[in-house]
Design a protein around this ligand. Sequence first.
Ligand code: ADP
Ligand code: MG
Length: 702
Amino acid sequence: MTTIEQLSRLDIKYLKGVGPKRAELLAKELNIATYYDLLYYFPFRYIDRSTIHRIAEIDGDMPYMQLKGRFINFITQGEGAKRRLKALFTDGTGTVEVVWFNRVKSIQESYHTGVEYILFGKPTSYNLTYSFVHPEVDVYKPEMTQSGGLVGVYTMTEKLHNRSFSQRALQRIFATLVESAQVQQIAETLPQSVIAEHGLISLRDALVNIHKPKDIVTLQAAQRRLKFEELYFLQLNILKYIKGRNAQVPGFIFPTVGKYFNGFYNNYLQFPLTGAQKRVIREIRRDTAGGKMMNRLLQGDVGSGKTIVAFLSMLLAVDNGYQACIMAPTEILATQHFESISEMARGVGVKVALLTGSTRKKARDEIHAGLLDGTINILIGTHALIEDTVQFANLGMAMIDEQHRFGVAQRAKLWKKNSTPPHVLVMTATPIPRTLAMTVYGDLDVSVIDELPPGRKRVTTVMRYEKDRENMYHFVGQELRKGRQCYIVYPLIEENEKLDLKALEEGFEIVKETFPHYTTVMVHGKMKPAEKEHQMELFVSHKAHILVATTVIEVGVNVPNASVMVIENAERFGLSQLHQLRGRVGRGADQSYCILMTKYQLSKETRHRLEVMTKTNDGFIVAEEDMKLRGPGDIEGTQQSGIAFNLKIANLAADGIVLQEARDAAQRLLERDFELQSPDGTIIARQLRFLFARNINWSLIS
Ligand code: ADP
Ligand code: MG
């Protein structure tokens, strides 16, 4: 028997067909150093070698495919490093272009016109024709396409390609690997009871078939086994950690709804709460009365009214003799919270303080003292708030706004601010799909505000092309004449910073020329903070009418009079980001508009993404779609908080059912054997230790 652990110490250079040179290349390019690494480098797709596509059928973004046909001609172009070989290839239904940038001479010598070939590659569309760059080419033999076998396609790098590491070479290596004695005798990582209960195939069969599937049914069984296993251990890790903590951690009990809560509710509340707000407050009251520490995630779209819920919950803490705090990701947001919350708190005589990185030493000392002697009831701040020097007399409730900017590690720091950890409420306006929440925030209960305050109008969202630009400006002009304000947002990414800034500045000039009678200001992340704030202030106070900006305005700006959001190069933004930007308008009583400006040639996927925006205003639907399109690793927030998932095979967007099954199974096991000491538990504990040692992301979760 060979264990996974042993395979993770076995150098790949000893595998037949690899050797030291290729091993070095694989390590450098794909991070594959051991048998284990290679074995768990799964194909990202499979192609059916028995299927041959017709050129006439190729369209849009098609995956790898096979064509059967002949070369019509070969032409060499360019000199030296720019030399390339181009060929036309036809199968009678159409023609594609084939291009080689390397090994031009040897390729030209080995392929001939008039011979029938099988060509394998991925088509890209270029100038109305499709082209294949460095495809695999074989002389056609009938038996090649009769086997009907599925073949794995692996992610490659440019360098591997250039060093003549073809898909085929990689596939041969995998074939050798799965036939090797080590893999043939690989030890199980799951207890037999789990395998039987969930109808899984063995680890050996799964690994062999994931690389060299016998047929589609066996491939699916292999995928299911490996997905289940991956999610099972992930969930075990999360649940073991939460249960371990919950078992030890009692929470403060808030039995009283007293003079602060009732005083505010009866005398100062400006509007009736929505049903959703009331429901969430009830959930929070139940949590804080139960004797266990609350750990709750509050999701609610921009403008759904999370602040008032947070404030009422904090009053509940104050009513019971505790302090409360709220942590925001930016100084602007913290300041906004401070302003609105102190105003609400004034009537009932609750003392609120603001602590940020720019709080002066003297004020800071006063705040430290006020927190320690209990005269400050509510503290609002940025990261500054979790520093060790900030000590409370009796912190009972901690809130985090815009969770996705904070990691779990920071949340954990808040738990340590009192001898018993305070109740924690995490608020986010970036809705997170349920499956993702279950994993990223596996330890949180979830509340949702799924209802906007009455009277809000849906933001009308449209897609417009460059040719509509004049019309778009005309429309903006109409809104400006009605006294409204307008945002125009440009993308800015680091890799492309210079060009992006140039586009922004040019856009700014054009807008100024187009609207000479209005004041236009510009804000971007590269400006000095004071200058940025000054420009921003002009817009907030309505001295400026148009704000040209990068996404710096995404968080924290509140200008109810703004009714138009124009997003330039909208195709370059992710869905969640577009949704956040759109949330900047529609905050007042007027009908608001979001205009997505795009170039003409959009891929199918991009068009679909933008259409989601035009069809719905619901942040949850947007988030689900976003995850489907991009996969969970790219979802806003998971990366910022450092929990970029490194799942090798499971996909949180698509594998909700397996995830639920794995989570339930993990839960049952821990109920029986929390310490993992039974014979089954021991097998699992060993694998958990192995995975934990290898996987950096796991340590972030716990
Ligand atoms: P967010 O969930 O984005 O943090 P806020 O708490 O800032 O939203 O609320 C947005 C606006 O809606 C605020 O001006 C707030 O006073 C108002 N608001 C909140 N709840 C209600 C309600 N039930 N009825 C009317 N207006 C409300
Ligand atoms: Mg808010």
